[in-house]
Design a protein around this ligand. Structure first.
Ligand code: BTN
Length: 336
């Protein structure tokens, strides 16, 4: 068994150990761990030392065993897997300390032939990108910079609603995790009370007939920057912890996110997503009924957003009474 697999099983045993009921972490004996992993107690002790070096506080209690008193706050691949309970063939998660952009890293790995799906998460990005080539501020640890790589091998037209479907899934996940739901501003912004908490960037390599590979990138603010938001962002950005008033466990959230994204992707590919997509969209859509301005390059038009069509295009009722559909563009709320 690889060292990483052993550490994963040890972590899972420690996390799953029943608490005494006073809220303190459960205790697992060295013998139980040794039997479960089929290795000596000395080997278990060595793995525990390795975990301690990685930021886990594992207490030894004389004649009783071990307990997990504290875990790393920053993203940790094995801890994410310990929460996720992946099977042996489950998609891999790569956690990097610093990378240019998780989307670029995922794309490079796809180009090098790495089996998909897989996920790339980073604690920091040096060239985080948003839509229209904008910079996505990614200097601080504690947020989620994540990319998911797929090889869908379907016609490009089938992917038109992909980002929107992923977006409603992220909203539903955040709603269940934080007990407060963000909304989605077509096509890719996740907002709490009008402030942006996250954004999605889907990039694909395709020809006229097929999508060869696809990277779904999600940036989600879990905490505000330690020095506060940049003056330009102070009125427009927010984070999950600011909105809920509670810290968000980045590793637990990442584990839930990976599960949700993989499940959403499977439903998208087999078409079963169509059963729930419209209802979910209508539940999280922030634009419906709102006066908006849509910017497409240098062209700008105003109207009332009235939903999306089957292809994910935004429907806008214009002043002349016609409803037009728009496949791309940037939306702002019009002043009343
Ligand atoms: C946007 O709102 O314009 C989209 C932002 C997408 C940011 C994420 S962070 C992870 C992934 N890597 C990137 O470089 N961009 C996406």
């Amino acid at each position: 068994m690889s060292a990483q697999r052993s550490e994963l099983l040890i972590l899972q045993s420690l996390l799953d150990a029943p608490s005494a009921g006073d809220g303190s972490p459960g205790i697992v004996s060295g013998t139980t761990l040794a039997n479960a992993l089929g290795m000596s107690r000395v080997a278990i002790w060595q793995h525990l030392e390795k975990l301690r070096e990685q930021g886990f506080t594992i207490e030894s209690l004389h004649a009783r065993g071990y307990r997990l008193a504290a875990r790393p706050a920053t993203l940790h691949a094995t801890l994410i897997d310990a929460y996720r309970h992946p099977g042996p063939d489950a998609p891999r998660i790569h956690v990097l300390d610093t990378v240019d952009s998780t989307n670029d890293e995922a794309s490079r790995r796809l180009a090098a032939g790495q089996p998909a799906p897989f996920a790339v998460l980073a604690r920091r990005q040096e060239k985080g990108r948003g839509r229209f080539g904008r910079v996505w501020q990614s200097a601080t640890d504690g947020n989620l910079y994540s990319s998911f790589a797929f090889r869908p091998d379907v016609e490009p037209a089938r992917m038109q609603t992909f980002t929107l479907w992923m977006g409603v899934n992220i909203c539903a996940l955040v709603a269940s995790f934080c007990r407060t739901a963000p909304g989605i501003k077509w096509p890719n912004d996740l907002l709490f009370d009008g402030r942006k908490a996250g954004g999605m960037l889907t990039e694909a390599r395709m020809d006229a007939d097929r999508i060869h590979d696809l990277v779904f990138g999600l940036g989600l603010n879990l905490t505000p920057p330690p020095q506060g938001w940049h003056p330009e962002l102070v009125t427009v950005a927010t984070s999950l912890s600011e909105h809920t008033g509670r810290p968000v466990d980045a590793n637990k959230f990442a584990a839930a996110l990976v599960g949700r994204v993989l499940d959403a992707y499977a439903k998208f590919l087999d078409g079963s997503y169509q059963k729930t997509f419209a209802d979910l969209w209508n539940g999280y859509d922030l634009l419906r009924g709102r006066a908006i301005t849509l910017l497409q390059g240098t062209r700008s038009l105003s109207g009332t957003a009235v939903g999306i069509d089957d292809e994910g295009s935004l429907l806008v009722r214009l002043a002349n009474g016609h409803t037009d559909r728009f496949r791309a563009g940037e939306v702002t709320f019009s002043k009343k």
